[in-house]
Ligand binder design. Structure first.
Ligand SMILES: [Zn+2]
Length: 340
């Protein structure tokens, strides 16, 4: 099969990889209908994460089950399935408490390389959720978004305790930030402030339910959010970048007693203890338990209540993955869908 492999910063190649096979009775092998490039794939691409030798890339996937191991009961060959970036048993105590991305048996899907034609999915019964039938082609980008960016934005909103009557601010205008806006809208937020300086992204944020756009960032962005909230700050702030600046922007934009949901993968973030102490802000976040939300998200997509697939503004054949990475790195594209 063909698959994307990173050799070093800026060096993505699509090459022949060995076809995956069933290794454990709990595995499934799926044929990908679509995969994509994640904002977090840019960390190694930009050299911010170390690359140790050629490594397969990609952790977002939807596709059709080809083969299942002898213990798999919940999915069968021919099913169209969505999974998330951590395989999870969905039965352990941590999974049952809604934290499948910290499952005691979790396996990262990134190491298996989802930017490929075929994929082995461990713990298939716990990891994969089948759609009610074969989706129409136009639903596939939205189902793929559910695999990570929608589920991650959703967790950001849940972790920030978004709800009716609340004012929400979203730091970050990548796919996750934009879909956090969508999630906040679905969860009943009264007012949603999207922080973005890029016009096409502002437009999408407004379409997804943002009521206000703030173009300032850092301390000026904080001041603007305070100005829009009677000097108090937002009730709920979603951090979807992962830098020191974005994290502090999120914390300082939150009112005392409010909640920050942080879902940007933290790189070099250090929190000042004394400021945190006096802020009275709740912090919660981490790798999103997307698996917990998949049934609900698939239902919303299947019934065309939401259209998160709109974040994909560039579609390329898998063979052109390198161009997909370049387009996202240069912010020419919000998110790139790859067709195997
Ligand atoms: Zn588990």
């Amino acid at each position: 099969m063909r698959g994307a492999v990173i050799y070093g910063p800026g060096d993505i190649r699509v090459e022949d990889r060995e076809d995956p096979t069933i290794l454990k009775p709990t595995d499934a092998v799926i044929r990908l209908a679509a995969t994509c490039v994640c904002g977090s794939d840019l960390w190694p691409y930009r050299g911010d994460d170390e690359v140790n030798g050629p490594s397969p890339m990609g952790h977002e996937y939807v596709g059709v089950v080809e083969e299942v191991g002898s213990d798999v009961r919940n999915v069968k060959p021919g099913d169209f399935v969505v999974g998330s970036f951590f395989a999870s048993d969905n039965t352990c105590e941590i999974c049952r408490s809604g934290y499948q991305s910290s499952c005691v048996q979790r396996e990262g899907m990134g190491g298996l390389g989802c930017q490929a034609e075929l994929l082995r999915v461990p713990l298939a019964d716990g990891t994969l959720v089948a759609t009610p039938g074969m989706p129409d082609a136009d639903l596939i980008p939205s189902l793929l978004a559910a695999s990570d960016v929608l589920g991650t934005g959703w967790f950001g909103a849940v972790a920030a305790e978004v709800g009716p009557g609340k004012t929400v601010a979203v730091v970050g205008d990548g796919a996750v930030g934009l879909l956090a806006v969508l999630a906040a809208k679905q969860l009943g937020a009264e007012r949603i402030i999207a922080m973005s300086r890029h016009e096409p992204r502002q437009k999408l944020a407004l379409e997804f339910g943002a009521t206000d756009i703030v173009t300032e960032r850092g301390d000026e962005g904080v001041a603007k959010v305070k100005e829009l909230t009677g000097g108090l700050g937002a009730h709920s702030v979603i951090e979807a970048v992962g830098t020191q600046e974005s994290m502090m922007q999120a914390i300082r934009s939150t009112r005392p007693g409010g909640h920050v949901g942080y879902v940007g993968v933290a790189h070099g973030v250090e929190l000042p203890g004394l400021e945190l102490f006096f802020s009275h802000v709740h912090l919660h976040g981490g790798p999103a338990p997307v698996r917990d939300y998949l049934p609900e998200l698939i239902d919303l997509i299947w019934n065309r209540k939401i259209n998160p697939g709109k974040v994909f503004d560039l579609e390329l054949p898998l063979e052109d993955a390198a161009e997909g990475y370049r387009a996202m790195d240069e912010r020419r594209a919000i998110k790139v869908l790859l067709r195997p």
